[in-house]
Design a protein around this ligand. Sequence first.
Ligand code: UDP
Length: 373
Amino acid sequence: MSSPKMKLVLVSTPIGAIGSGRGGGVELTLSSLSKGLLSMGHDVTLVVPEGSVFPDGSAGNNLQFVSGIDQPSWQHLQNDAPVVIPSDGVLPKLWEQALELGKSADALINFGYDWLPLWLTTRVQPRIFHLISMGAVSRVMSSLIEELARTSPGRLAFHSHRQASDFSLVDEPVVVGNGFDLSQYQLGLETGGPLGWAGRVAPEKGLEDAVAVAAALNDRLLVWGVIEDKSYASQIEASVPDGTIEWRGFLPTAEFQSELGKCRAFLNTPKWNEAYGNVVVEAMACGVPVVAYDRGGPGELIESGRTGWLVPSNDVQALIKATTSIAKIDRRICRRWVEDSASHHVFARKVVKWLQSDIGIDTPEVFQESKQV
Ligand code: UDP
């Protein structure tokens, strides 16, 4: 039996326009989910900062642009920082628009890791659901997430169990993973390429450890992503021989995946409890095995010995050793794992199940399975 079609409003992150790279993995999550929901026949409206650009076919026809000043990311504030909303900020404007649209929608899905939409949840008529995109990085945010988990647990979902474990939750969390439009990623079977690393270049991403691996192996490390912290990037570059790092910039998915797929291994070295790790799955979608720290989302995504290698956090020697064993991994298995576990179709189905189980839409597939989607 097919599930009823819903009218859904997806509300973007306020920290950067879609396509800018400033929104990190949330940008791709929003467009993948939108595409997956549209393909299931749901009615999707996106509320996004002005200047947002979407990959083909992922935004449908209902796009609402909102102008205003970007919101600062909680990730770069002190743990005890207060809530700040800039004058003429885009965050309240996104929500003004979303609440209006929400009057005739089944649900609003929030992609921003922000205080305002969480606070609104129990105080307004439209149903607001939150796809939490980071672990615990701020006291005021954690306490609001934990309060909502007590009063309205069905309104929260997380990307991984390890991310959810950062918070004190009463009930078993809803974990939906993430999803990727696999028609955008080509499987590459070449095994002799360079090493790769991708992400925002910022201290929590631990680029220095991946660079140390490349230097130890006398190899080249291709680096993709927005440089958020320029002095951090220069320090890393100065610590290794010239030519070790090849800065490739922030590329649209089509070019990013085409370069990524030529790598023989992808390194993922976070220093924080990464909520998911989009780039890990994108590498596997291109058939590139991943060597990563066994921490956060990547620790749940990689099957050590099958799709890559997991090593203890911060152990650079173990990273080096694992990287030299990368030829033991079959690139086709990496791709197959993503097809089975993290396509945008799989992701959209999990999200629909989460929404419908809270709204109380009575479909057999919702009620036969446990809360953990
Ligand atoms: N990315 C990209 N082009 C690049 C490098 C990265 O589009 O050249 C995207 C990548 O597709 C991923 C995001 O940047 O969606 C990084 O997300 P991730 O979940 O790895 O980390 P976050 O930035 O959210 O902490």
